[in-house]
Design a protein around this ligand. Structure first.
Ligand code: UDP
Length: 314
């Protein structure tokens, strides 16, 4: 199969690239490397296993591209630190960039289109766990809104194209994901805690640590994305992908400290505006429509992630 991955040099995108290469698919990546990292894909690029186009999806000339079986749109800053650093780029990529990719998809008569949306569309949720039918509780002008509203706009645009052209568009609402190819400095809780624990620096909990998240190992996420792209009769569907095992941030700090054998103290720092108090996906729809279930338990996934950080950064 011919696969296009916009954002293929990023954390999830590069894992998805590897997944498709293992299936012997032909992969083309477009990435401007604003938050993606060359290192994630250089072994594939050096061996000519992927075609890498260093470009911004907003102004790339798509006429040069062929028809694809699957187009994945994962191009966007995605960690809070990154989208707060690049708020305009985040808004523009998810609006104009999404439009450009959708226009290319229509014109090229490609097979299926999957866009990465996010659990952030639910904001600081008042419904728990979050099903796809929940409309969310989002501050439209807060510091997270550049991401939340960008993704909500992207979803709205996808649904407009779906209704207008009756084409094969699918939306993945991705919940917190972790694993190899996370960036050291992207500020996510798993990467921060592992790096802090391994270097015996204080483990920084923001707020009281009672806020919760539900963490999905990246190999499970990639299988879910492929299931969403390849299963029949899912045009116009929006599906949560994530691991519903919920943990408090305090529990995560203790677990990572234990798994790394670290002597780091745990310290409490100020929490940022609009940090969601809890988050857990309702994955009934993914289970039914994709036959998908996350398989990697948290402890196993964290051990693999700790090994990755030791190998790549220490
Ligand atoms: N967090 C923390 N310490 C850190 C980084 C994050 O306590 O060093 C908290 C953060 O405030 C949030 C949760 O961990 O409540 C998850 O943060 P992350 O940035 O990974 O993603 P989010 O789910 O907020 O998008």
């Amino acid at each position: 199969m011919e696969i296009l991955i916009a954002g293929g040099a990023g954390f999830i995108g590069s894992n998805l690239t590897e997944f498709h290469l293992n299936r012997k698919d032909e992969v083309t990546i477009i990435d401007n490397l604003i938050t993606g990292n060359n290192k994630n894909i250089e072994s594939f690029v050096n061996k000519n296993l992927v075609k890498f186009i260093k470009a911004d999806i907003v102004d790339y000339d798509y006429d040069e591209l062929p028809t694809f079986d699957i187009v994945y749109h994962l191009a966007s800053p995605a960690s809070p630190i990154q989208y707060k650093k690049y708020p305009q780029e985040t808004l523009i990529t998810n609006s104009f960039g999404t439009k450009k990719l959708l226009d290319f998809f229509v014109k090229s008569h490609s097979g299926s289109f999957v866009i990465s949306s996010t659990s952030e569309v639910y904001g600081d949720p008042l419904v728990h766990p979050q099903p796809e039918t929940y409309w969310g509780n989002v501050n439209p002008v807060g510091i997270r809104s550049c991401y939340d509203e960008a993704k909500r706009f992207a979803e709205a645009l996808v649904m407009v194209y779906f209704r207008k052209y009756k084409i094969n568009l699918r939306v993945a609402r991705i919940f917190n994901t972790y694993g190899p190819n996370m960036e050291k400095n992207d500020g996510r809780v798993v990467s921060n805690f592992i790096i802090q624990a391994l270097s015996n620096h204080p483990i920084t909990i923001y707020g009281d640590g009672n806020q919760t998240r539900s963490f999905c190992y990246v190999s499970d996420m990639v299988k879910g994305l492929y299931g969403l792209a390849s299963r029949k009769n899912l045009a116009g569907e929006i599906i949560n992908l994530g691991n519903p095992v919920e943990k408090s941030i305090k529990e995560m700090a203790t677990l990572i400290k234990e798994l790394t054998g670290s002597d780091s103290p745990i310290v409490f720092e100020k929490i940022d505006q609009d940090d969601p108090k809890k988050r857990k996906p309702d994955i009934n729809k993914a289970q039914k429509k994709l036959g998908w279930n996350p398989e990697i338990p948290l402890t196993e996934g964290l051990k693999k992630t700790i090994s990755y950080f030791k190998e790549r950064f220490l």
